[in-house]
Write a protein that binds this ligand. Structure first.
Ligand SMILES: [Zn+2]
Length: 71
């Protein structure tokens, strides 16, 4: 059972589960502001890690191509 959680950073979208294609690592992200949380139990905390920092490619289009939304 998955609980829907609104983004604590922007409040504009739900935090969803994604997977990195390169490492297979599962993480949580708000698709609206690209805030990333590695641990879903820490989503309430003000985690300040953005997709660009997490992926580190320096190219946001490539970052989005390298992750998959987990349904
Ligand atoms: Zn957000």
């Amino acid at each position: 059972m998955r609980e829907k959680k609104a983004c604590t950073h922007c409040g504009q979208d739900w935090v969803k589960e994604y997977k990195r294609a390169d490492t297979g690592q599962v993480f949580h992200m708000c698709p609206e502001c690209e805030s990333v949380w590695l641990d879903k139990n820490c989503i309430d905390d003000a985690t300040e890690l953005y997709l660009s920092e997490f992926m580190g490619s320096g190219d946001s289009v490539r970052d989005w191509e390298s992750i998959t939304l987990i349904e």
